[in-house]
Design a protein around this ligand. Sequence first.
Ligand SMILES: NC(=O)c1ccc[n+]([C@@H]2O[C@H](COP(=O)([O-])OP(=O)(O)OC[C@H]3O[C@@H](n4cnc5c(N)ncnc54)[C@H](O)[C@@H]3O)[C@@H](O)[C@H]2O)c1
Length: 342
Amino acid sequence: MKVLVTGGCGFLGSHVCAYYRKLGWDVISYDSMTKYELARTGFNINLARKHNWNLLSDLGVDLQEKDIQNFDDLIDSTKNCDFIVHAAAQPAMTVSSEDPRLDFSTNVLGTFNVLEAARLTGAPIVSCSSIHVYGTGVNDTLTEQATRYTRTPASLDESHPTMTGTLTPLHASKKSGEEYALAYIDTYGVKAGIFRLTGLYGENQFGGEDHGWVAHFTISAMKGEPITLFGNGKQVRDIIYANDVCEAIHAFYNNQRPGIYNIGAGEENSISLLECIDYLKELTGREVHYSFGGERLGDLKYFICDTSKAEKELGFKPSVAPKEGIKRLLTWVENNRDMFFA
Ligand SMILES: NC(=O)c1ccc[n+]([C@@H]2O[C@H](COP(=O)([O-])OP(=O)(O)OC[C@H]3O[C@@H](n4cnc5c(N)ncnc54)[C@H](O)[C@@H]3O)[C@@H](O)[C@H]2O)c1
């Protein structure tokens, strides 16, 4: 069996590649290695860029440094693949408003190309979207508690209206990717799973202020650097450990029921930014310094996935709770200290 993972050297992609190697599949990582976001993290870019590449190389992954915008390359690489996982993206809200053309060409044209490859090869595909497509308007009925917001109902399912409230180019590009995938399901019968992912975290994540907040907080805690909380820190997410997402992806492969799925970890695995900082204090035994900054355009204050559709149709249930997952992430960060200092 053979899977092609776009963005295979990114955070989620690296976990997907490792997961399928463990199952004994042939794996292609198809990644342009732009690592655009690393330029602004203050990490040692050379070490960080190579980390996931070296890891996957040791696991026997076929590493292809190629761009999803190049359709000829893509169709060539997807030949004879049994499955495609599309995890390449421009994933950051901030970058999308600073460079909307990059956001469009990566997330819209790139996703279109990957769907075309799925159509022409006949391979089923999981295409990564984001809970951001629901928009910021879902914050409307929030109640403020000491360290978090609450909302009734606590979680929202896939039928909730999308693109609500103030939008950024990232909302538009991720939603366009979804619309194309839906059209390809209807028109061509492509077996596409559109995964609306909540906040992901885990090893191999080079989180910064722009993207990957759990990793950003963990790395900052290890470095003793202050964290800026944009807003009041009571923002709530259900966060999902990367290997759980891999389980969901494989559950889709096994069932191949096309459509949109919220892939999150549910209310019992939800935390606020302030609670995450408390976890890190507990785990490191050190003070974690933070201050408050202004709210940012497009940020969601509260979102928890109702994951009953993924559970019912794919048989998927997450298994790693935030405390355990953050502990594993912290261990990885501490074992790779050199990468996080420029
Ligand atoms: N990390 C999260 O919390 C989160 C939350 C919701 C949704 N998502 C979605 O999950 C997916 C994976 O996110 P991630 O956190 O692993 O991102 P990431 O930035 O770690 O990885 C993306 C990878 O895509 C590659 N890439 C970028 N442009 C490319 C191009 N034109 N051609 C080929 N490769 C290219 C990058 O080099 C990078 O390795 C994305 O679709 C993202 O929107 C992530």
